[in-house]
Design a binder for this molecule. Structure first.
Ligand code: FAD
Ligand code: NAP
Length: 274
């Protein structure tokens, strides 16, 4: 029997960024509330997806006929009517090898219990001036939700989003990011100044940084690029994505004098995706 907190949601749209990256929106159950930065558990039953009907009898026979759940950060803001997600495709991954076949009209399961503490609410007031958001790959998702919440623009003086991908085509959502300050910043008095730093690590792109985040922080390139120091007294900094990046960046930041956020105090908050 399905738990009360699990509801069926319907796919409304799908955007393919690259063969291994896509986003999709689903219907939002009326009662479902969350805080920007949180994640949910999404479920898929491969045999219920539309593409299943086009498989050969042998392929259908070997397909999984059970619900598979994974954690997914919510991209959309807590005030949006629909829920948006940003996904990797791992070719032999149980979940995403199926999810990649999503079509509009397909149904997914949503556990409506929101999880996670990578939220701005975790920090004690008064808030410092600067918010640094550092992401690799799909770890961008929770930051997009925060940046589509007006409160974020009201609460900080400076917001820096640094987003690292292997290649330029894997930097998804760039158009949305470039519009954020205009769209959301213009709705509040005295909005935060926003700086977007796209980073590609496996190719050279003119005007973009091309080293990993810990190195960029340790040699000061990122701070210089943004025109701001990382002051432990005036900085909140959030890391999300690849666990090696999270760990290496955390260590780099500690060596620069920043501290882990515990019980509301301290600078650094993190979320690992695997
Ligand atoms: C708190 C939390 C939030 C998450 N939010 C998202 C999200 O918003 N979008 C998303 O795509 N995934 C997210 N993930 C990862 C997600 O839960 C699954 O791991 C992912 O969908 C792959 O599932 P899978 O069964 O295909 O492969 P799995 O068996 O789960 O993973 C196999 C391997 O693939 C790699 N991997 C897994 N997830 C990713 C990823 N996102 N990017 C790059 N490599 C990865 C790792 O090497 C992992 O060991 C999140 C995970 C956690 C813990
Ligand atoms: N990207 C793809 O085309 C692709 C396709 C299929 C499957 N996958 C699989 O998906 C997984 C991850 O792919 P992904 O490209 O989304 O994520 P990723 O490997 O986490 O790469 C995203 C960004 O994180 C950086 N990074 C990785 N380790 C770091 C560290 N220790 N410190 C700082 N930055 C770090 C990468 O830099 P570097 O470039 O220097 O590593 C890159 O800029 C892997 O298992 C991969 O095999 C990827």
């Amino acid at each position: 029997m399905m738990s009360d907190s699990i509801q069926t949601v319907t796919v409304l749209s799908k955007t393919t960024w690259t063969p291994t990256l896509f986003s999709f929106t689903v219907t939002r159950p009326d009662s479902f509330k969350f805080t920007a930065g949180q994640f949910v558990r999404l479920g898929v039953n491969p045999s219920q997806l539309k593409y299943y009907a086009d498989l050969s009898a042998a392929e259908q026979e070997s397909a999984v006929d059970e619900d598979i759940f994974r954690a997914y950060s919510i991209v959309s803001s807590p005030f949006d009517e629909v829920l948006e997600f940003f996904s990797i495709v791992i070719p032999d991954g149980a979940f995403t090898s199926q999810l990649q076949h999503l079509e509009v009209g397909d149904e997914l399961l949503l556990n409506t219990m929101p999880f996670g503490f990578l939220t701005l609410a975790r920090y004690q007031k008064p808030l410092p001036k600067d918010l640094w958001l550092l992401a690799t790959g799909t770890g961008l998702a929770p930051f997009l939700s925060m940046l589509q919440d007006l409160k974020t623009w009201e609460d900080y003086d400076d917001i820096i989003l640094a987003y690292s991908a292997r290649t330029q085509d894997e930097l998804a959502y760039v158009e949305l990011i470039e519009r954020l300050a205009e769209d959301f910043g213009s709705l509040v008095d005295n909005p935060a100044k926003f700086t977007f730093v796209p980073i590609v690590t496996r190719t050279q792109v003119e005007g973009m940084l091309n080293e990993r985040l810990p190195k960029l922080l340790l040699d000061g390139t990122l701070q210089q690029h943004v025109g701001k120091a990382l002051d432990p007294d005036s900085t909140h900094i959030m890391l999300c994505g690849n666990p090696d990046m999270v760990n290496d960046t955390k260590e780099a930041l500690k060596s620069l004098g920043l501290t882990m956020n515990r019980r509301g105090e301290g600078n650094i908050a993190v979320e690992n995706y695997w």
